[in-house]
Every structure is written in structure tokens, then in C-alpha cells.
Design a binder for this molecule. Structure first.
Ligand code: ASP
Length: 339
């Protein structure tokens, strides 16, 4: 008889396990366990053996914070040697943020950590949760991928490259700047050349501190002066979501002095693009050259989710701002493409 792999399912909340209440869908303790008990296929011997760990409190993922990211990572770390892989069931709204954060917190990972969820609760007849859960369990048991990834509707994506693309399609996620780690149809076709090599140095935990991070999306007519006080005094890390390849309105006339002051106060500004696909290239246009000169760093082709998580991480590991700046532009966990 085949030696069945063992997977820990960590249920954090999210639509997949939600119950319909008078006020709309909400996570209710114990409800998801009951929904699982009605799926006979979860006991088949071609599905890994699994155990369920329910986080408390269960959350709609819009309520996730750094503290929950650390708690999920701790559960994985504390039971790491007892399981072959992990499935984290999570709401879709901030799943890409949590996937990015876990990729930084879980240093030296060499087992699959697969985040998934659903757009329709498991308890409903048309739920997409059944396939997302069963396929994630199989991927977690396969052990091919030794990194944090996100499985949704036939696509296995690198966690810190994934982004939620649709509020209502069942195919809700993609990773526009990185190939899929696997495409799932009749079989699971792993894309071996895109999968990171698992670490062999052992896992360690790098918990995040709740440092003040901000995201500022530029738009035509933006009055940067309105944001000056928070950018210079209050925020440690700022993700600036710019147009296209890193362009800002007004040639930076108003923004550049603010970035310079923010940098001298200890803040790091990372420049990402509002376009889901493609890369920031500071200096490609006159409107972006000045950003670099002022001390901003290029977020290259990172998602905003990855850039936010990376700022939390770098500000949590006790390095100074010039090293944070340097590492923001390096590829630490497969989150950006070096050109
Ligand atoms: N609001 C839900 C959540 O993110 C949406 C979902 O799970 O799809 O928790």
C-alpha cells in the first residue's frame, strides 16, 4: 500500500468556509469542519491524509493583519516536521498579501505551502472550493514545490507573484509577471523551470513587526502636498503606485522634495506600477529619472502586495535604511525579476 503523505490544513476564514447569515456571509467556528465531513472524497487514498487546524478568530481576509500573518507562519513552523505540506485556506481578498508575507516570514522553506480559498462557499452547490481544496491538498502532498504558492481554478502561482484579478470570476488570480508553477487540467503539469529550488539550510521564522507602511496611488491631478506630512514623518515604507514604467505627474516637481525629506527621515519609497503586467524602469522617461535621484527604489515587476510585504520584512530584520533600499531591489524570494 502506498505511503500516504500528510498535509495540515490551516483554516483562517474566508468565503470557502463561510455561512450565510442575516448580515451576509461570515466565518463561523466549526461550520467549515462540518462542510468538510460531507466530502467523502477527502478520505480516498489518492488524497493525502490531512488534519485541520482552525485559527481563532476566523476572519474575513479584509481583517488580516501582520499579527495573523505571523500566527499562520508560526503554526506552519511549529508543525513543520510533522507534515509533508501545508494548505492555508484563506479569503481571496487579501490572499496575495498573505502569500507574499509568508514567503518572507518562512525563511528556508522546502515544503509546499499552498494558499487557496473559493469565490463560492463550500456549503453551496456551485462552490469552486471543492476542487481548489482537493487539488491544493494533492499539490501539498506531491512535494514538488518547496515554496509559498497560491492555487486557484487550475493555476498554481508563486505566492509573491500572485494578484487577485477578478472580484467575481471563478478564475480569480493570476501572476502576470511570472509563469504559472503548474497548470491543472486532466493532470497537474508542473512547470519545473519556474519552480524555485527548495532550501536545504533548514527553516527559520522571521516574524514581521507592525511598522507603518503606506501605499500611494498617483492619479492625474494629484496634490502631493496633501500627503507630505504622512510621507515624511509617519511612514517607514511607502509603495508609490505610478503610471506605466514608473512615471509620476508633474515631472516630480512637487513630489521629489517630499521623497528626499522622507528618505532623510528614514523612510524608503519603492516605486511600483499600476499596470498588472510589466516592469518599472526608473530613468526610462524624464518623469521617472528624478525619483531615483531623490532616493526612491525601483520595485521592478513586483506586485504591490509583494512590495508591501517586503517592506514589512526588511524593516523587521534590524538592518539600516540604506541596506533596506539595496535589498528592495534584490530578488530575495523570487518576488522580482532582475534585469
Ligand atoms: N471577503 C472574502 C474574504 O476575503 C472574500 C473571499 O474569501 O472570497 O475573506
Amino acid at each position: 500500500m502506498k505511503n500516504r503523505k500528510k498535509v495540515l490544513i490551516i483554516y483562517t476564514g474566508g468565503t470557502i468556509g463561510m455561512k450565510k447569515t442575516d448580515k451576509g456571509y461570515a466565518p463561523v467556528s466549526g461550520f467549515f469542519k462540518e462542510a468538510l465531513s460531507r466530502i467523502d472524497d477527502l478520505a480516498r487514498d489518492d488524497v493525502p491524509l490531512w488534519e485541520l487546524y482552525e485559527m481563532s478568530p476566523l476572519l474575513d481576509s479584509s481583517d488580516m493583519t501582520v499579527s495573523e500573518w505571523n500566527s499562520i507562519a508560526e503554526v506552519i513552523y511549529n508543525s513543520y516536521s510533522d507534515y509533508d505540506g501545508f494548505v492555508v485556506l484563506h479569503g481571496t481578498d487579501t490572499m496575495a498579501y498573505t502569500a507574499s508575507a509568508l514567503s518572507f516570514i518562512l525563511d528556508g522553506l522546502d515544503k509546499p505551502v499552498v494558499l487557496t480559498g473559493s469565490q463560492i462557499p463550500l456549503s453551496e452547490v456551485r462552490s469552486d472550493g471543492r476542487d481548489n481544496l482537493i487539488t491544493s491538498l494533492i499539490i501539498a502532498g506531491d512535494g514538488v514545490v518547496g515554496e509559498v504558492c497560491l492555487y486557484f481554478s487550475g493555476k498554481l502561482l508563486r505566492g509573491n507573484r500572485a494578484t487577485k484579478m477578478s472580484a467575481d470570476d471563478l478564475v480569480a488570480f493570476d501572476s502576470p509577471n511570472y509563469p504559472h508553477l503548474a497548470d491543472v487540467g486532466i493532470t497537474i503539469k508542473y512547470n519545473y523551470s519556474a519552480i524555485a529550488e527548495g532550501s536545504d539550510g533548514g527553516i527559520s521564522l522571521k516574524p514581521l513587526s507592525n511598522v507603518p507602511i503606506g501605499v500611494l496611488k498617483v492619479f492625474p491631478g494629484i496634490q502631493f502636498s496633501l500627503f507630505e506630512s504622512i510621507m515624511t514623518d509617519k511612514l517607514s515604507g511607502i509603495v508609490l503606485e505610478t503610471f506605466g514604467a514608473g512615471n509620476i505627474p508633474g515631472g516630480g516637481g512637487e513630489l521629489i522634495p517630499i521623497i528626499k525629506r522622507a528618505f532623510s527621515c528614514g523612510s524608503v519609497v519603492a516605486v511600483c506600477s499600476q499596470c498588472p503586467s510589466g516592469t518599472v524602469s526608473l530613468g526610462a522617461y524624464e518623469t521617472s529619472s528624478a525619483l531615483k535621484g531623490a532616493g526612491a527604489v525601483s520595485g521592478a515587476d513586483m506586485t504591490t502586495e509583494a512590495a508591501v510585504a517586503k517592506l514589512y520584512y526588511l524593516f523587521s530584520i534590524g538592518i539600516d535604511k540604506s541596506e533596506i533600499k539595496e535589498r528592495m531591489e534584490q530578488n530575495l524570494r523570487g518576488e522580482l525579476t532582475l534585469i
